[in-house]
Design a protein around this ligand. Structure first.
Ligand code: OAD
Length: 260
């Protein structure tokens, strides 16, 4: 009899294009707190105070202090075996794709091939990129980016602690973290990229998310509706477990290296 772990490994081995949805649980073993576990990220703050546009309007200093602390935590964290396994998987697939002759359509043009791996992450810590993953869609933004509240310019800003309060070098207005807060919509370009990845993949992986925040939470369900197998890796059951083809209960850092 095939064990769930073997079944997951076989699904991964045979999939040409894999879409991976990750949440805070994949970074837990790197020492970054999750949101909803006991003692989680919101521990000492209300979500309204630090993760809503209204909270920022009322007390931008508190919000910047909160995100400076997030930057510090992300800076000292290293990718764990789960991040590294996904990066290795992508590198292996890209290497294999380079060695294959390019398929052409009837007009001699190369077919657009789906990406071998697309990571849709709800995390803002940059650890997938740090591990070496190249095709990462940051659904909820990044702690390493700032956005001007007036001109909207987005820039990478890597000093660990920004001055409280930071201002735009182009127009002088207050900068805010480039993070999607509660009550805000995801960037339309990001949404499009995510939808394409969900549609084009032939396997969907869900790792370390409680799957309660939309639209990310709906992606595994959309994948299932399109007939794609879904593998879930989580240390406990979630709403996705009921529809998953294979549900692996345990730590992402232990399971991922085994199935990829
Ligand atoms: P949550 O904190 O809601 O869920 C973390 C999930 O990871 C839980 O299901 C845990 O069981 C699981 N988990 C924890 N440690 C794990 C490990 N080592 N291996 C495997 N699984 C583990 O975090 P998210 O689902 O990412 O949004 O939360 C989604 C969004 O809610 C966040 O991006 C954030 C928050 O509001 C915004 O800030 C916009």
């Amino acid at each position: 009899m095939t064990s769930p772990m073997q079944k997951a490994s076989e699904l991964v081995a045979h999939a040409a294009s894999i879409c991976v949805l990750t949440g805070a649980g994949i970074s837990a073993e790197s020492g970054i707190k999750t949101f909803r576990d006991a003692g989680g990220l919101w521990e000492n703050h209300s979500i309204e105070a630090v993760a809503t546009p209204e909270g920022f309007e009322q007390n931008p200093r508190l919000v910047w202090e909160f995100y400076n602390a997030r930057r510090k935590a992300a800076k000292v964290a290293s990718p764990n075996p789960a991040h590294l396994a996904l990066a290795r998987l992508e590198q292996g697939r890209l290497h294999r794709a380079k060695q294959k002759p390019t398929a052409t359509n009837g007009h001699g043009k190369a077919h657009r091939q789906p990406q071998p791996i697309t990571i849709l992450t709800q995390n803002v810590d940059g650890l997938h990129q740090h591990a070496g993953s190249q095709n990462v869609v940051e659904l909820h933004g990044s702690v390493w980016k700032v956005r001007c509240t007036r001109c909207g310019a987005i820039s990478d800003d890597h000093p660990v602690e920004l001055p409280v309060l930071p201002y735009c070098s182009a127009c002088g207005a207050l900068l805010r973290p480039h993070i999607v807060w509660f009550g805000e919509s995801l960037d339309p370009g990001v949404l499009d990229a995510a939808e394409v990845a969900v549609e084009e993949c032939d396997l969907f992986l869900v790792i370390g998310t409680s799957a309660v925040v939309q639209p990310a939470a709906s992606y595994p369900f959309i994948a299932t509706r399109h007939g794609k197998p879904v593998i879930e890796v989580n240390k406990e059951k979630t709403p996705v477990s009921a529809i998953a083809t294979v549900s692996l209960i345990g730590l992402a850092g232990e399971i991922l290296p085994k199935i990829v």
